[in-house]
Design a binder for this molecule. Structure first.
Ligand SMILES: *[C@@H]1O[C@H](CO)[C@@H](O)[C@H](O)[C@H]1NC(C)=O
Ligand SMILES: *[C@@H]1O[C@H](CO)[C@@H](O)[C@H](O)[C@H]1NC(C)=O
Ligand SMILES: *[C@@H]1O[C@H](CO)[C@@H](O)[C@H](O)[C@H]1NC(C)=O
Length: 373
């Protein structure tokens, strides 16, 4: 416990000491003509329409296709929408990337990090062919996190449990149906490979317990500049791997030491999303971390939580949310911040998980500024 406390204190101190070189106040603030004429409140339906004619639309998100809605029993495959078949081809390779401006060797899906989005509708069948073209001898497998796999257990992708790893030079096609809807992620389930890059988002469109106009997917993660296969040995000897960095949608700006040849000044930066005043945005939050819980908040905005993992929930309002590893939350943010004062707002994320027995510090001292609205 003493060692752990020490590490957390060290972490808080070291991250806090690295003042973020480029994280100044976002620019773009200024007076706007609409400041004197605030946008009218859109006519959102506040009560749920459960009629059989109701179709999914910004004012009726609880509905789906006239027959199915938020109250459909998705654990009965015969009751969910029929859907279509959607096919994906993923090739896993080794590659050099610098998502936060620091060059690292990772493993990639179709040459990119994070991997391509798997996206479709409630009831669709997904066929994902995975080819292993790694050059480090690693096998691979893909796990579709949270997918219930009703009747398709062997498509779960847990190598060593539901399948052997896909060997170098071979491929495998996963086939499953999305009986639930919401936000999730896929990741390699071969050893520590997901920490080394083999991850991507899953978006299954379906009903929502809160109305919204548009949506964004936000992938949150801690990030390591050393391979997880190396860090694992540190952990075996008692110390949890402390992340070097963090990423929002695969981006951040690591406070680099300019004499380090791995620091690439032209790489890295902040992920940003654009809000239009008066509109409601669904943010699909996915925690792809390995070590850290992430606590997320957006300057000047509160939000309504609409779903946890693949389960729509009774909505509640908050202005901060903890997302544990593997967890997902769909939150609805209304763009109604006072844009007369400023037009750009930080999306903040830091580790607020205080380990048992640790001194009561207020989260970690790390710079929380991670992305920009
Ligand atoms: C997988 O790749 C990692 C990183 O390159 C390496 O350290 C590890 O030994 C490999 N494991 C296997 C079983 O190939
Ligand atoms: C920057 O990197 C160089 C070379 O690796 C090292 O000698 C130096 O101590 C580092 N400086 C800081 C502030 O970390
Ligand atoms: C992601 O999960 C890790 C581990 O539980 C946690 O430390 C981190 O705070 C989580 N991220 C968010 C945004 O909650």
């Amino acid at each position: 416990m003493r060692l752990q406390t020490f590490l957390w204190t060290l972490l808080a101190g070291s991250l806090g000491a690295n003042a973020h070189p480029t994280a100044s106040q976002p620019s773009g603030s200024g007076q706007k003509s609409e400041c004197n004429n605030p946008a009218p409140t859109p006519p959102y339906g506040s009560s749920y329409d459960r009629s059989p004619e109701c179709w999914h639309s910004p004012a009726h998100r609880a509905c789906w296709d006239g027959k199915h809605n938020l109250w459909t029993d998705y654990e009965d495959l015969s009751k969910v929408p029929k859907g279509v078949v959607r096919k994906y081809e993923f090739t896993i390779t080794n590659g050099e990337i610098a998502p936060d401006g620091y060059a690292v060797s990772k493993m990639l899906v179709n040459g990119q990090y994070p991997g391509p989005k798997i996206e479709g509708n409630w009831g669709d069948t997904f066929e994902i062919t995975v080819k292993n073209k790694l050059t480090n001898g690693n096998g691979t497998s893909l796990h579709f996190h949270g997918i219930q796999q009703l009747g398709t257990n062997r498509m779960d992708g847990a190598s060593g449990i539901t399948q052997c790893p896909i060997p170098v030079g071979k491929s495998m096609t996963y086939k499953w149906r999305a009986n639930q809807y919401g936000t999730s992620w896929y990741h390699s389930h071969f050893s520590l490979q997901y920490t080394d890059g083999v991850v991507g988002p899953i978006v299954i469109h379906g009903p929502s317990s809160v109305n919204y106009d548009e949506e964004y997917t936000l992938m949150l993660t801690d990030w390591f500049h050393t391979s997880a296969f190396t860090l694992f040995y540190n952990e075996v000897h008692g110390a949890p791997p402390i992340p070097d960095s963090k990423l929002l949608n695969g981006k951040w700006k690591f406070p680099c030491n300019s004499t380090d040849p791995r620091c690439l000044s032209n790489k890295g930066g902040f992920a940003d999303i654009v809000f239009e005043k008066g509109k409601k945005y669904k943010l699909r939050l996915i925690n792809m971390s390995t070590t850290f819980m992430q606590t997320l908040w957006i300057d000047g905005h509160s939000f309504t939580v609409a779903a946890a993992d693949f389960v729509p929930i009774e909505p509640y309002k908050t202005d901060v949310i903890n997302v544990a590893i593997g967890q997902r939350y769909d939150v609805i943010v209304e763009a109604k911040a006072d844009t007369c004062e400023q037009t750009d707002f930080w999306i903040n994320m830091k580790n607020c998980l205080i380990p048992p027995g640790a001194p009561p510090v207020e989260c970690s001292a790390e710079d929380a500024r991670t992305g920009i609205v």
